[in-house]
Design a protein around this ligand. Structure first.
Ligand SMILES: Cc1cc2nc3c(=O)[nH]c(=O)nc-3n(C[C@H](O)[C@H](O)[C@H](O)COP(=O)(O)OP(=O)(O)OC[C@H]3O[C@@H](n4cnc5c(N)ncnc54)[C@H](O)[C@@H]3O)c2cc1C
Length: 408
C-alpha cells in the first residue's frame, strides 16, 4: 500500500509501528499464556479475562497520550482530524503485519462505535462535559446500539422507544449484536421517538448517549460466536431507563442519518482490514508453498495451488485499488455511495475467499491455531454481515446503477 501514500502518511505509519513495538508488544508478551489459551481467555460469563480487559484499557490510554487513539476524531473536538486515506492506511497497517496474531494492537486507534468519534460533535454541552475527556483519554469505552433481534438490515423496524417525560426521556427495548457491549461504559442507543414518522421511514428515530450503569440499562447476555466461549458482542437491555434531555445526540428524529454516518466509516475501516488480512493470508500461504514439496515439486509449482493464490492476489489487489479510489473520492467531499458499497462488499468477500484459499494451500497446517487463519476468516466472515451486509451493499449499488449515478 505504501507506494500509494504521501510521505506524511508513511511517516505517521512509521511512528505507529514504533508505538506498537514499544507499548503493545511487551504487554501482549506479558499476557501470551492467556491470549493463546482459548479455555482461559473468556470467563464462564463469556467475557474476556479481566487482565486482558485491563491491558486493553492501558493500551487505549497509552495510545491516547501518544496521539494515535484519537487521530480520527475531528480537530474541533481535540482529535487529529485525519482524512479517509489515512484511516484506510492506518487500519490496513494494523492488520497487515501480524494478521490476527497481535489483536491487542487494534485498541491503539479508536473505533468510531466504541470510542471517541465525530458523533461527539452532536453531543449537547453537558454530554460533552461528562464524556468527552474520558472517551478521548481511552479511560472509558462505549458501544453502538442500533440493531435489534428483528431489525438488522431493516433498521426501520426497530421497536426500542424513547418517550418524552418531564426533563428527559424514558427508554425501553432490547438491542442485539453490540460490539464491545460486554465491556462498554457508555452506550449510544437509537430509539423510536415518533412512531408515525418511523413507520413512514421518514425520521422519528433519535440517538441518545448514556452510561451503561444507568438504572434499568445493562448487558442482557454476551453472544457466543463460532463455538467460542465468549465474544465482543452483547445484547443490551433498556427497561424504563430515564435519561436527561441532554442525552439526546443531534436533533430529535435524526437518529437514522446519524447511525448511518457511523456505518459509513465502518465501510472504510472494514475494507482496509479486509485487504490487509487477505494479503497477510496470501503471504503465509505463499511462504509455505515455496517451501513445501509434494510429488517432487514445490506446492507453488502445482498449478492448482499456484493459480489459486494468483487469483486471490488479483482480487486483493483489485480490492486495494478500489479502496484507495473510494477514500480519495471521499476526501474530495464526494458522496461515493456506490463506490463505498462496492469497496466494502468486494473487499470483505475477497478477503474471505483469500483466507480460505490460503488455508487450503497450507493443508492441515492452515487449520491449526498456530497460523491464526481461522481468526482472520472468522473476523472477515462476520464483516460480510455487519456494518451493512454484502446484500445491502448490492442493494445500494443496484439503486445507484438504476439512478444512473455510477460512472463505470
Ligand atoms: C460481529 C457483528 C458485530 C456487530 N456489531 C454491531 C454493533 O456494534 N452495533 C449494532 O447495532 N449492530 C451490530 N451488528 C449487527 C449488524 O449490523 C446486523 O447483524 C446486520 O445489519 C444484519 O442484520 P441481521 O443479522 O438482523 O440480518 P437480517 O437483516 O435478518 O438479514 C439476514 C440475511 O438476509 C439478507 N437480506 C436482508 N434483507 C435483504 C434484502 N432486502 N435483499 C437481499 N438480502 C437481504 C442479509 O444480507 C443477511 O444475509 C453486528 C453484527 C455482527 C455479526
Amino acid at each position: 500500500l505504501e507506494q500509494h501514500l504521501p510521505s506524511e502518511i508513511r511517516e505517521l505509519l512509521v511512528g505507529l509501528d514504533g508505538f506498537l513495538l514499544r507499548e503493545v508488544a511487551p504487554r501482549a508478551e506479558a499476557l501470551k499464556d492467556l491470549l493463546d489459551d482459548p479455555h482461559r481467555l473468556h470467563g464462564p460469563d463469556g467475557r474476556l479475562h479481566l487482565d486482558v480487559m485491563a491491558t486493553r484499557r492501558d493500551i487505549r490510554m497509552a495510545a491516547s497520550r501518544a496521539g494515535y487513539y484519537q487521530m480520527f476524531v475531528p480537530t474541533e473536538l481535540g482529535g487529529g482530524g485525519h482524512d479517509m486515506l489515512t484511516m484506510y492506511a492506518v487500519w490496513h497497517r494494523l492488520y497487515r503485519q501480524q494478521g490476527m496474531r497481535d489483536w491487542l494492537a487494534f485498541d491503539a486507534v479508536a473505533h468510531w462505535a466504541t470510542g471517541p468519534s465525530h458523533l461527539m460533535s452532536l453531543y449537547t454541552p453537558q454530554a460533552l462535559d461528562a464524556y468527552r475527556e474520558p472517551l478521548m483519554s481511552g479511560d472509558l469505552s462505549m458501544c453502538f446500539a442500533i440493531s435489534e433481534a428483528a431489525a438488522g438490515s431493516d433498521l426501520w423496524r426497530m421497536t426500542t422507544t424513547a418517550e418524552r417525560i418531564d426533563g428527559g426521556w424514558r427508554i425501553n427495548g432490547e438491542k442485539q449484536w453490540q460490539t464491545n457491549g460486554p465491556y462498554a461504559d457508555l452506550v449510544t442507543v437509537f430509539a423510536v421517538t415518533d412512531r408515525e414518522a418511523a413507520r413512514a421511514r421518514k425520521g422519528g428515530i433519535s440517538a441518545f448517549v448514556l452510561p451503561m450503569d444507568t438504572p434499568g440499562a445493562g448487558v442482557a447476555s454476551v453472544i457466543r460466536l463460532y463455538g467460542r466461549s465468549g465474544s465482543n458482542e452483547a445484547t443490551v437491555g433498556f427497561r424504563d431507563v430515564i435519561v436527561p434531555d441532554w442525552s439526546l445526540v443531534g436533533a430529535e428524529g435524526d437518529g437514522m442519518r446519524i447511525g448511518l454516518s457511523g456505518t459509513g466509516l465502518g465501510r472504510v475501516y472494514n475494507s482496509a482490514r479486509a485487504v490487509a488480512l487477505g494479503a497477510w493470508a496470501i503471504d503465509r500461504a505463499t511462504e509455505y508453498a515455496l517451501l513445501r514439496q509434494t510429488f517432487g515439486k514445490r506446492l507453488i509449482d502445482h498449478q492448482a495451488i499456484g493459480f489459486s493464490l494468483a487469483e486471490a492476489a488479483t482480487e486483493i489487489m483489485a480490492a486495494k485499488l478500489l479502496g484507495l479510489h473510494t477514500v480519495r473520492l471521499m476526501d474530495e467531499g464526494r458522496p461515493a455511495l456506490a463506490e463505498a458499497a462496492m469497496m466494502k462488499s468486494f473487499s470483505t468477500e475477497a478477503a474471505v475467499r483469500a483466507i480460505d484459499r490460503a488455508a487450503q494451500a497450507l493443508g492441515g497446517m492452515g487449520l491449526t491455531n498456530e497460523m491464526y487463519l481461522q481468526d482472520a476468516w472468522q473476523e472477515m466472515r462476520a464483516v460480510c454481515i455487519s456494518d451493512g451486509s454484502a446484500q445491502m451493499m448490492r442493494r445500494l449499488i443496484c439503486k445507484e446503477l438504476a439512478d444512473g449515478r455510477i460512472d463505470l
